[in-house]
Design a protein around this ligand. Sequence first.
Ligand SMILES: Nc1ncnc2c1ncn2[C@@H]1O[C@H](COP(=O)(O)OP(=O)(O)OP(=O)(O)O)[C@@H](O)[C@H]1O
Length: 327
Amino acid sequence: MTPPIHLADLHKHFGDVKAVDGVSLDVEQGEIFGFLGPNGAGKSTTIRTLLGFLHPTSGTAQVLGTDSTDRAGMREVKTELGYLPSDVQFPEGVTGQQALDYYAGLKGDERREDLLADFPVPLDRKIKTYSRGNRQKLAIVQAFMHEPDLLVMDEPTAGLDPLVQERFYDFLDREVDRGATVFFSTHILSEVRRMCERVAIIREGQLVTVEEIDDLLRKSGKVVHVQSPDHLAPDDFRFEGVASVEAASGGLRLLVTGNYDELLDRLTDYHVTDLEMRETAIEDVFMHFYDEGTADTPEAMDSDTVDPTDPDGDPDAGQTEEVSPDV
Ligand SMILES: Nc1ncnc2c1ncn2[C@@H]1O[C@H](COP(=O)(O)OP(=O)(O)OP(=O)(O)O)[C@@H](O)[C@H]1O
């Protein structure tokens, strides 16, 4: 069976800018998958190409078995796909209720009320009066009220307060429990740790790793803090299995990936007053991938505009410089 998301040597260039530069990736049915990378790394461009908003320069992007360039096919998968863009723009002059009614007519709304119970918004008010958080909640209800098989999101929790964020994570847990597939980009590393089974990290348009979170953390080793009244010579602790050694208050901080026997042997030469060992923070792990290389600065992106008042357009299609697909 074709995985819900299949990218094969995908390229998307804007002139000289290789926003996506040979990305290959499969996201399997029922997975919750995180897509990370520094600003300008190519996350949004990958997602927008996958969903047919942008035409690939070369390579393949398939969503739910349909090629992203197949516009008729993409129209058909619309009911099985929910997309939450990073910058949803509703028409300002309509109420939340009117907007949801419009989308309901396009793709269904089996669980509109359930979602509104979790993500309440002032439905009778015009969207132009909404706070950022309320807009995002409306966008969540709009994107997922038809109970899609695949949820694709670009920085979904931006603008949500911590309570609503937590409610959103619970919602995603339930989505995966019912067999849906979830793919999202984010900058929030705790979110990745909390939610994802696997992650892909993209930098300068290329994937630098695709791994299970637990493997990534395991391979990244443990942080060890040693305290001693003696002078701990960092060079004594540079051996295989120690990725880094640095002076820390009252002792040393080591990043250890194995060879713990050797570490204990060396420590017997010193009077150790405190020894602390903890899992590497996910921040350390990702910064390692982010730092190696130079990232672009973010630039203004075209937003994925939704316009329920547009009689011709599908509001999910967005306005793009290239194509206006029907997802
Ligand atoms: N429409 C466009 N025209 C020209 N260049 C673009 C366009 N869209 C994106 N880019 C460039 O492509 C690169 C990747 O941008 P993209 O928005 O995909 O990154 P991102 O990882 O989503 O970043 P962020 O985390 O800041 O949202 C950047 O160098 C960006 O400036």
